[in-house]
Design a protein around this ligand. Sequence first.
Ligand SMILES: [Zn+2]
Length: 491
Amino acid sequence: MSLVSIQAKDGSKVEFVMKDPCQGGVKDVYFSPDRSYVVAFFRKPLDFNGKDRLERLVSKYREGIFGNQGAEYWKNLFCWPEKIVEYNNMTGIVAPVYQPNFFFPPNTTLEGAEKEGKWFTSAKNFNRFVPETEKGNLLSYLRICINLSRAVRRLHAAGLAHSDLSYKNCLVDPSTGDACIIDIDGLVVPGLFAPDVLGTPDFMAPEVVATMKLDFKDPQRKFPCRETDQHALAILIYQYLFHRHPLRGSKVHSQDTEVQETLEMGEKALFIEHPTDSSNRYKIQKNDKDFLPWIDTNKLPYSIMGPYLKTLFNRAFIDGLHLPAKRPSADEWEEALVKTVDLLQPCSNNNCVKKWYVFDNSTKPVCPYCGTKFKGQLPVFDLYSSHDGKSFRPENHRLMIYNNQYLYPWHVLRNIFPNEKLTDNQKKPVAYFAFHKNQWILINQTLDSLFDVTNQKTIPTGSFVALTEGLQLLLSKDPSGRLVHVSLVKA
Ligand SMILES: [Zn+2]
């Protein structure tokens, strides 16, 4: 074992074991003796721009993301380079190691492998290789997508673009819903640092693919930027939720593979589930049966993710596929995903592969993954908010109720959103639901001004209210407090 001890550019001591590097795309990676960080050396020497970008990455940009508050929060979402080192004419970066839950556990088919997105984004890999314990469920994939959208939103808010978002550069853990963006050293800063790479084939935006052959200086040539990140993010979200690619259908543009790829992902890119143009539908082949039901867009169409996500998929893959300005922002994805979590119902089939499904607003809810019908009574909360405390307007936001479902501060007050800004207190549930003596009830834990508008009475903490058809509840008398309309679906 040869231990190397050097000084980082910031003067701190850095140690690594010069043995068996892990080879990344452009870097050789060595572990520190205690394996708490890695030192990754670029195999090719960096030019002035490359070094300048690293300098800013470990200082200005790092502070921009982690500086003020919430550093701990963002540490979980980004594997961000911390220091620069020079050794034997090589430039390297020091970065934290990945959390242990981003590696497949011992005694599984993929033991020790990183949980890269690629294992989960294609039905083939997902069905063949991912161990049952690591497959996650619909709720955990929504959490993964929320985490990724939040991380991209943060980068964009800081004026940065990732430029090569792909399943390779995201670690995900469907058993917990955690996600982390890695390989950040290719960051694009519009007007300052051009991208090193154009991206990864499945994730490059159509305008980048379509103009790849043009000269670097041609004004028509398009490069990775915030809008191309938005395209890649939409692809990732679709892939994590459906285990298939939204643009890889059966339409043949050319017999030449390279030309086919350029047209399919570029100029002629077409959503496989386009509502009026069905020419790129995925045609299921005989040997595809192992990958069902994921590749069957008739059985699991994108609309099963509910109204909020359907609207954004339409913008990403129909309206904005060739018009970058129409693509949803990371912020919009985050909000729609969070609202979609409120639409989930647990599937009553214990063997259901996704465990949850998005309530489809019908009177006969059925789990799309296993076909199990919902039986019983299902309360639905429609949320209303007010700007003057008097007239309440529908918010196009509903909350599905199930046993042990909780009500949180972000449901009660319209000025709280469940993101990195939540205080510890705001993370605590304020009420919960239960099916008790043949009726659904809401048990008030800490809401100090919960008011039953229909029956004109206060519901004190520690007591409950039965949820009946048409009931109206004011969740808080605070000016940003929401009103809910209760309806009961019987199936
Ligand atoms: Zn099911």
